[in-house]
Design a protein around this ligand. Sequence first.
Ligand SMILES: [Zn+2]
Length: 277
Amino acid sequence: MAHSPELRHAAPSSLHTAEFRFYEELNDFLPMARRKRTFAHAFDGTPAVKDTIESLGVPHTEVDLILVDGTSVRFAYRLRGGERVAVYPMFERFDLRPLYRLRPRPLRRTRFVADVHLGVLARRLRLLGFDTVYERHCDDARLASTSVRERRILLTRDVGLLKRGAISRGHWVRATDPQQQIQEVIRAFSLQRDLKPFTRCMACNGELRPVERAAVAGRVPPRVYARFRRFMHCARCERIYWHGSHYEQLKTLTRTLRQETLRDRDASNISTKTRNI
Ligand SMILES: [Zn+2]
C-alpha cells in the first residue's frame, strides 16, 4: 500500500499512525480525498478515539459505532498507533421498522430541537406533527442542554455545535433549501410513517385539539367562519386553525414525502442488507 503524506512526515518519535475508514453519510464531513477509502492519520500521544474522529471533521453525535481492529470500543478508547479504525453512523437512520411490524406503534418518539437558523424547517416539522423546540434567540449552550435534558435530536447547520461533548443526539442538516431540509430530515430518521399533519401548532409547538365551531365565532374572520365547518385550536397559545389553503398545501407535502420515502425505502433496504458491518 502506498504511504500517505502523514506517514512520510511522521518524523518525531511521539507521533503514531492509525488507519481510518468512515462509512455512509459520515463521508460528508471529510475532504474528497478521504471519502469512502482507508487513509492513514498521524497523531501525538495516546488521544481518545472520539477526539481523533472529531479532529478529522466528524462530530461524535453522528457516530454510532466504532470498531478498532474489529472490536467495538467506547469514545474514551485511547489510540496507541497501528490500529485500523472503522467508524459507522447512527443506526437510528437505518430503517429497521420491518423488525417491529408486530407492534402497533413505533417504539420511540422522535423529538427535535432546531437551532436559531432553522426556523422554517422547525415550523414545517411541527406542521407534520413532530414535537420541535425552536426559539429565535437561543445560544448554543441552551440548545445543547435542551437536547440532552429532553432527549431531543439537535438539528443544526453548525458542525461545531454537534461536537459539544454532552450532546448524544444530533443531525447536521446538509441542505440549505427548506423544502430539501424537510425531506432530508424525514429520510434521515425514517419518519415517513410517522407524519401526523395538522396535529401541532406551527407557531408554538403546542398540540392542536378540535374545537366546537360555535366556540370560535367572533375569533376568526366572518368569511372563514361562514365557509369552514371544522376548526382546531392550539392547547398552548389558543391560536385557531382551519382547513384552508395551508391545509391543502400540507396534504400535498405529506403525500410527496410519503411517496418519495417509500421509493427510497426500497432502495435503502437493499443497501442495508449488503452493508458490510
Ligand atoms: Zn400554539
